[in-house]
Design a protein around this ligand. Structure first.
Ligand code: HPA
Length: 240
């Protein structure tokens, strides 16, 4: 039974395939594909191995419910983001302090009074500090520098990127970076009673932040390198 999980998205599409045996777990919300390694770590690739599943089509409830049913207690969730402030410039990684959900997307609760009784989850302690400490140590050992200041993640619906005006608005509202998944996934992990550590790495300056035509991304090689190091550090931290 895996006690730990790593959930990855962009840059970590092959996370599951590379790291364990595939299991299809049936849940009240549909089937979830989970890969389980021999040393007790479960892996979920949010967008599937071929990056075919758009953010709004990911079955977050099935994924988190399946992990919980398998016995997972500790979740490292890795998010590729676009940078709004210099809390997390492109090519760098760090722990996420908090999030703001601007997506208007549903599917972000188990406790809706239908599938499970209505409850109001406390979101004030999102980050598991003991996990963060273990991750910081493992990151140092894996040569992965982490940003000191933890930033705020803004979630938009996607799959389109934001407009420059939207990014200016998100900055004014306190966001440091923007992505399309954490605001749905994080509350589910909290509701499931898991210890949760959200880690972001930036792959671009968000729309309009740079004086250039269009959004520019770091290279696929750089994305692969940083996401690989984050996974290695996460697994090391989980098994330490
Ligand atoms: N916007 C939203 N999500 C993202 C971005 C972005 O610029 N980059 C990576 N995920």
């Amino acid at each position: 039974m895996p006690e730990h999980a790593v959930i990855g998205g962009t840059g970590l599409e092959k996370l599951g395939e590379r790291n364990g045996e595939k299991r299809v777990v049936a849940t009240p919300f549909g089937d979830a594909e989970i890969h389980c390694s021999r040393d007790g770590v479960a892996f979920v690739s949010r967008h599937r191995a071929d990056h075919s599943l758009a953010p709004h089509r990911v079955n977050f409830r099935a994924n988190v419910h399946a992990l919980s049913a398998l016995g997972v207690k500790n979740v490292f969730a890795v998010y590729a983001v676009g940078s709004i402030t210099d809390a997390l410039p492109p090519g760098t990684a760090g722990v996420v302090a908090d999030f703001i959900d601007f997506s208007g997307r549903g599917g972000n609760t188990f406790f809706d009074g239908a599938a499970f009784p209505l409850k109001h989850a406390d979101m004030t302690r999102l980050v598991c500090e003991p996990l963060a400490e273990r991750f910081a140590r493992a990151a140092r050992e894996c040569g992965l520098p982490l940003r000191e200041r933890r930033g705020v993640y803004a979630m938009t619906a996607g799959p389109r990127l934001e407009t420059p005006a939207e990014i200016r608005a998100l900055r004014a509202l306190g966001a440091d970076f923007v992505g399309m998944t954490m605001g749905t996934e994080a509350p589910l992990c909290v509701e499931a009673g898991m210890r949760f550590l959200p880690i972001a790495f930036s792959v671009n300056w968000a729309a309009g932040v740079e004086k250039r035509d269009g959004v520019g991304f770091i290279s696929d090689e750089e994305t692969a390198e940083i996401s690989e190091k984050i996974t290695r550090a996460a697994v090391r931290a989980l098994l330490s």
